[in-house]
Write a protein that binds this ligand. Structure first.
Ligand SMILES: Nc1ncnc2c1ncn2[C@@H]1O[C@H](COP(=O)(O)OP(=O)(O)OP(=O)(O)O)[C@@H](O)[C@H]1O
Ligand SMILES: [Mg+2]
Length: 410
């Protein structure tokens, strides 16, 4: 019988599992350290989101689905889980051993097909296979995307854009997504999201790098009702001491292994903390408005980042509060920048300020130009998510021959 690695943190959920099978799974996993049973849902339809959320941050997420109560709905649930939560592994449980039944379940996306009454050995072998598969994936360098937003100057709309982008990427909790408020003081993200402050901040997490793991992370997270997670900025009005850049890098690298998307809301300026975040990012968005100081600072940021070895294709210039009749034309801005504006976010003051004041963010359901623009941005990021590995390899290659991206801590 295979043994399941001790360090693996496994969360298990069941769907419509008969009482005997459920008790058997409970009994089998009780001998596997770090494994918890989250519950047994009594219906199939629409359970994907419940499962995704309940299994939350676990390293390895497994769902036992009973195929005998309603095979069609079980197949449907498996397919939905596969498309919406690709990292949840489905195990079919059934009394039927006909090849057609097994093939249908595997085609729908089941990782294992377990016959009733379930055998201890088969279940543990299944768990061990899933753990091994996930470890292999981790080794192959597939990690989440980090997107860092920084203002060309204060008040350009970084927090407003960061939180709406994060919400859109999270897609109602379907994707594991984290918003990091990287301000040393007076961060606004939790307030804009209509949430209370957390007693601990991102920087306190970064200060605990030596014992960083998912258990520790849990104690630092705020949970938004949409499923988005947030790491807050400190409550204090006066800036606290941050963590060293290497600790910020280490923390973000860990977060990128835990989440599919990490969106970082930075204070204006290329501070040490912000540069450490940028070094771990797939995309840096410089958020500017159509004003001279904003344009001038964006040019400076780009020059600085280019001196540090950053590829201009990973730098996104976002023109916020855009209006066709703005004080500076797009052509003039692009000429001054020496490059194209990557994204124009419309000026929607009433809508954005209402969202901030009520703590009720704008969603795609609002059918606004602002919402549609953020949705487009999120869509582009999500649809290129599969390229991470290729990109990472390209970066590694570029770094070895002169460098495209310079880790800050070197
Ligand atoms: N697209 C937009 N259209 C209209 N108003 C906007 C837009 N985006 C942001 N704002 C407004 O700009 C103001 C500043 O926004 P926000 O707090 O997000 O900026 P910030 O860059 O995070 O500021 P800080 O530098 O203080 O962190 C808010 O009043 C917000 O309503
Ligand atoms: Mg802000």
């Amino acid at each position: 019988m295979a043994t399941v690695e001790k360090s693996a943190r496994i969360a298990v959920m069941a769907v419509c599992l008969d009482a005997t099978s459920y008790q058997a799974v409970l009994h089998f996993i009780s001998g596997v350290p770090g494994t918890v049973m989250v519950g047994n849902l009594d219906h199939y339809v629409g359970v994907e989101r419940e499962i995704g959320r309940a299994l939350d941050l676990a390293h390895i997420r497994i769902c036992f689905i009973d195929y005998d109560q309603n095979t069609e709905e079980a197949l449907w649930t498996t397919e939905r889980l596969r498309s919406e939560y690709p990292d949840v592994h489905s195990f079919a449980v059934s009394a039927y051993s006909e090849p057609e039944a097994i093939i249908a379940a595997m085609r729908a996306g089941c990782a294992e097909y377990l016959l009733k009454p379930m055998q201890h050995e088969r279940v543990l072998d299944g768990l061990a296979r899933v753990v091994a598969k996930q470890k292999k994936q981790a080794r192959s360098g597939v990690r989440g995307k980090v997107i860092t937003l920084v203002g060309a100057k204060g008040g350009t709309g970084v927090t407003s854009l960061a939180l709406h982008l994060a919400l859109e990427l999270s897609d109602q909790g379907k994707r594991k997504c984290l918003l990091v408020d990287q301000h040393l003081a007076l961060g606004d993200a939790s307030l804009y999201l209509g949430m209370g402050r957390h007693q601990y901040s991102f920087y306190e997490l970064a200060g605990n790098g030596d014992r960083l793991d998912e258990e520790l992370l849990k104690g630092f997270l705020l949970h938004h009702s949409s499923g988005l997670h947030l790491l807050d900025s400190p409550e204090a009005v006066d800036a606290i001491h941050g963590a060293p850049p290497s600790a910020v890098e280490h923390t973000l690298a860990f977060l990128a292994d835990t989440y599919q998307f990490v969106v970082v809301d930075c204070p204006p300026g290329l501070t040490d903390g912000t540069r450490a975040c940028i070094s771990q990012s797939e995309q840096v968005a410089i958020v500017m408005t159509a004003e001279l100081p904003s344009v001038r600072n964006t040019v400076r940021y780009m020059e600085h980042l280019s001196r540090l070895g950053y590829n201009s294709s990973s730098i996104h210039v976002v023109l916020n509060r855009h209006s066709k009749k703005g004080p500076l034309s797009d052509e003039r801005i692009e000429k001054a920048l020496g490059r194209e504006i990557s994204l124009r976010v419309p000026n929607s003051y009433n809508e954005v300020i209402r969202a901030i004041n009520t703590g009720a963010p704008i969603t795609s359901a609002n059918k606004s130009d602002f919402g549609a623009t953020i949705q487009k941005w999120a869509h582009e990021l999500a649809s290129s998510a599969g390229n991470n590995k290729v990109k990472a390899m390209a970066m590694a290659a570029a770094q070895s021959d002169g460098g495209m991206r310079a880790p800050f801590s070197r």
